[in-house]
Write a protein that binds this ligand. Sequence first.
Ligand code: ADP
Ligand code: TZD
Ligand code: MG
Length: 580
Amino acid sequence: MNTTAQALAPGAQTQEMADGFQLVIDALKLNGIDTIYALPGIPITDLTRRAQADGMRVLSFRHEQNAGYAASIAGFLTQKPGICLTVSAPGFLNGLNALAHATTNCFPMILISGSSEREIVDLQQGDYEELDQLAIARPLAKAAYRVLHAEDIGVGIARAIRAAVSGRPGGVYLDMPAKLFAQSIDAAAGRKTLIKVVDPAPKQIPAPESVKRALEILKSAKRPLIVLGKGAAYAQADADIRSLIEKTGIPYLPMSMAKGLMPDVHEQCASAARSYVLPEADVVMLIGARLNWLLSHGKGKTWGGKASKEWGGQKFIQIDISPQEADSNVRIDAPVVGDIGSCVKALLEAMGSSWPKPSTEWMGSIFERKSKNIEKMAETLAKNPSPMNFHSALNVVRDVVKANPDAILVNEGANALDFTRSIVDMYKPRKRIDVGTWGIMGIGMGYSVAAAVVTGQQVIAIEGDSAFGFSGMEVETICRYNLPVCIVVMNNNGVYKGTDVDPNGRDPAPTVFVKNARYDRIIEAFGGVGVHATTPAELRKAMDEAIRSRKPTLINAVIDETAGTESGRITSLNPSAKKK
Ligand code: ADP
Ligand code: TZD
Ligand code: MG
């Protein structure tokens, strides 16, 4: 503990003191948290300095939203809460988006914000950066706490850690008024107040009867299907999930961030036959995936229902840590509530040594559709149009990821997202991180920084040009920390396409950006490598070189501005496009 000696009255012994800053740092370190994603300023500047001096990694960002997204994905990748540290009012609000994002996506994260003087804030007397932050954070966080006294810092951090990682993970807000940091207490007494959290995310063992019920339904299936969600990726139960899938022989469909949990090229992977297996399956086992909009709420035409809200007739087994998740959209015939590691283990044990494989008829029909679609896609990928389109550019990314399966793929945009997800195969768990449950733009550079920092692996960020703009200034951060991040901006001159025009001929259309922008030059301002790529060959060369050198690189990949579609794959959600 780095403490200050304070002189007392003459003759008295020197008393070792610790202040609030120190107790926060010590409490985090005691719990194995060694990294903070931050943006300094009153009242937390010294917290960032002292945390760094004490050996913590302090990554300083250009905007709190990006620090927050970094913290949230660090939580997803490590199962430890990612820490985002901000100043009061505006800094807090900038970080809040990421806190809500963490809660929505079930990522463990703690937003620690400095705040202004309670007495003044509560009487609304107009303090510097006055805002009732705790009240604002509460509805967006899994939990929200305020610490007023130095001796409560240990409890505050312990509660925040438990709330973030136990049960269904989420975002936690921790309010720390400026006065807290300057409070001094006796160092030895302070040390005793710190809590090392024992078993922060306790296992939750499923009830044996729920396991039995699930297996009976699964056994009765003629056309079973497993859907893997990002909860399954988060759980880090990779080997058991693989055993379950291979032992049962059931085809599986990975949700976006569960791609690679099982290799996309595995023979049981049904991604390329998605629109066939969803309506055809008679029993579907969801593992860490919610039946939200991304799965058409488990009903309607996608699932074989006749009308848009009609149930398709399949039975659902749902493995989830949240007991409230079942029946959120359709009836869940067999909820299995527990952590995925324990649930999958229990299923494997209860299954015994032999399990009937799905019929060759079911597997054969999937294989047939899959092969056809993969063949069609291969033809499209092999084309080399000029200008380059999403397919010819992503064909390169596909090869590069295949050759570098440990690299982490960050992905956002509309077409740039949807095409990447369907074209670029993933081979290992937790290697694909993207816009998540909200389909949010702006995660790109924050995710890239955190992924590089917590894994040490090469990061490849495939970014729509609009998407990139939300966090683009963080290329300075990437250069400053010299991180192995290769950003590819899929530059089609705008949101979805670059072809819209103002019917009145006055302004650029709302979806269109400066034509032929040179995003590559942005990174050059900070000493990174910028490349302008107009052909797949140029793109390949630049990506290979970025990965070989591990230098911060931004490749401006010029994409045909007519190539995209409105809203990518989710055109149907767009009210104006629907009218057409
Ligand atoms: P996707 O978007 O990939 O479909 P979702 O975010 O919708 O995934 O769903 C993830 C689900 O996983 C959530 O319902 C969450 O409660 C659950 N979950 C997260 N971690 C665990 C875990 N360790 N064990 C069990 N369920 C988990
Ligand atoms: N703001 C936020 C925070 N999230 C969003 N999802 C949007 C706005 C709306 N939006 C999308 O859903 S995709 C997108 C926006 C602005 C950008 C699409 O353009 P792009 O990708 O250049 O990133 P493509 O390849 O041109 O489609
Ligand atoms: Mg674009």
